[in-house]
Structure formats: C-alpha cells, structure tokens
Design a protein around this ligand. Structure first.
Ligand SMILES: [Zn+2]
Length: 125
C-alpha cells in the first residue's frame, strides 16, 4: 500500500475528524467508546488504528483549554466577578468539563491531519 492519498484535502479531513467521522469517507464513526479509535472505518474499511495521536493530543487540548480559561477569567474580571470563590466555582468545574467535551473532537482532528498527510506508524510497510 502506497502512502499516496492523491491530493487529499487536509482541512476537509480535519473537519471530518472534529465531527468524529472517518477522515476518508466522512460517514463511518471514528471512535467506538468515547475516544477509543476504531480499527477500520465501518463504512469504507479505511484502516484507522495506525494513526497514533500520541502526545499531540494533550498539547492540543491544553492549548485550547488555556485560551478558554483565559477568556473566561478576563470576562469575569471585566464584569466584576473577580471574587476568588466564584473563580473556584466556575473555573474548577470548567477545567474538568471542557477537556472531556473537547477531547474526542481534538483527537479526531489530529487523526484527520495524520490521515491526510499519510503520517501513520506504518509509513514503510
Ligand atoms: Zn470511512
């Protein structure tokens, strides 16, 4: 199998990943349990398990988190909610819920990118 994907549209693949769909056909689901990757797309049989997101995933999730938290903190300060207790009640749940919510889409986006570029862990096979 050659790694050529004949001008695969990178952004389309990433967007399909964000929607937790197969980067090739956009129809089959990318995960079966929360963020557990499927071995093959149920629709087009594209092998997906060989695209390993590794440490890129926490990097992406943390980067998104920092932007969300910074924005929320700034908004709270500007609107006079700078009370440490309110901070605690808002930011602590937020920093737990948001990563859980954005994890599948973040992982999907990275898989979409890896797929579009042909960066699998089986490049030479
Ligand atoms: Zn597919």
């Amino acid at each position: 199998m050659s790694g050529e994907k004949e001008s695969a549209n990178v952004w389309q693949s990433i967007w399909r990943g964000v929607k937790c769909r197969c980067p090739r056909c956009g129809k089959g689901w990318l995960f079966h349990h929360y963020v557990e990757q499927v071995a093959h797309c149920a629709n087009c049989k594209e092998p997906l398990a060989r695209y390993k997101v590794g440490l890129l995933l926490p990097l992406v999730v943390i980067t998104i988190m920092i932007h969300i938290l910074a924005f929320v903190m700034l908004e709270m300060e500007l609107n006079g909610y700078g009370n440490p207790l309110i901070y605690l009640y808002v930011l602590v749940p937020l920093s737990v819920i948001v990563p859980i919510a954005i994890l599948p889409s973040s992982k999907g986006a990275i898989i979409g990118l890896l797929w579009a570029k042909g960066w699998s862990d089986e490049l030479d096979r």
